[in-house]
Design a protein around this ligand. Sequence first.
Ligand SMILES: *Cc1c(COP(=O)(O)O)cnc(C)c1O
Length: 370
Amino acid sequence: MTDAPEIPVRVRPEIAALPAYQQGKQAEADAFKLSSNENPFDPLPGVLDAVHAASALNRYPDATAGRLRHRLAERFGVDDDAVHVAAGSVSILTQLVLATSGPGDEVVFAWRSFEAYPGLAVVAGATSVQVPLTEDARHDLPAMAAAITDRTRAVIVCSPNNPTGPIVTQADFDAFAAMVPSDVLIILDEAYAEFVTDPDAVDGLRVLSARQHPNVVVLRTFSKAYGLAGLRIGYAIGHPRILDAARSTSIPLSVTAHAEEAALASLDQEEELLRRVRIIAERRDRLAVALRAAGWRIPEAQGNFVWLPAGRETLDLAGAFDAAGLIVRPFAGDGIRISVGEEDSVEKVLWIAASVVRDLPEGHSGRGLA
Ligand SMILES: *Cc1c(COP(=O)(O)O)cnc(C)c1O
């Protein structure tokens, strides 16, 4: 922004160079907000009551969310110390990068991947090393392993990959983990794990229970499948000493009692959770099949979103969705991510997607053979 006023104090130059945060568009009353991979369902039964009953607002919360940690530890068969809860898994990503990587150090991740990753490295003063995805929008794990140097302190693997959708397979992850030096942190970001239906996908908990790679930390969140994005709560499972290091960098007391209670109440609703996740996965698969039938060449979709590789036409196409009351997430020059939302949004998305694919130029990489 050239017309922005100067910052009146001295700020680290790399921070001053970051674009100012821009909130995603808020949906008009009758628009579908499909831009942030949020859950279209109301909170799970019992969650609102649990939040109401949570402790008084004049008291600080339990600093380590001990009850939730214990509950997750039981569920995943690990010690309480091997679980760390924070205000969203993005907080834990930040903590892990701060704990491992400073000026001169490198953080390796795939690109395009989660838009938060580059900024995390900048804030830590570290250097991003971005390894391009393959043709079919997957992590290129051999290339990522080859990008590791003696300056590398952390590697992030996102499965399913936000925003493109494909998973990393268990076999590929295992081969990768074996190539990464054992003193380099591997962060396996599984924000969308619950939506995965591909049996070959990596499962972070399986990786941890094999106990071969104490340098792997698995991240999960209550924001997506559990529908608690607004309360900010996520967790990590991994080596207790790595999690101690993350905790040392954290802003104390940022997980509220309300978020902890909501997460506990949500875990009581496993069956209903799975039912909702199945509905969303089925909607996603229906969207993917229909998009391909309409002529789109789209990658595997294993999260709660689909990816249209619209390339240079991205902003134009996003405008067509916008005009139809569909708020989607364009990544200029690259593609459009569309979250799987309300049932009524599916037909509308397909209608617009089918009409815009016909306008793509001959030979466009987003165009399939249909
Ligand atoms: C949404 C998302 C997260 C989690 O966000 P929080 O709301 O902070 O838990 C983490 N990683 C990826 C790749 C995501 O898409």
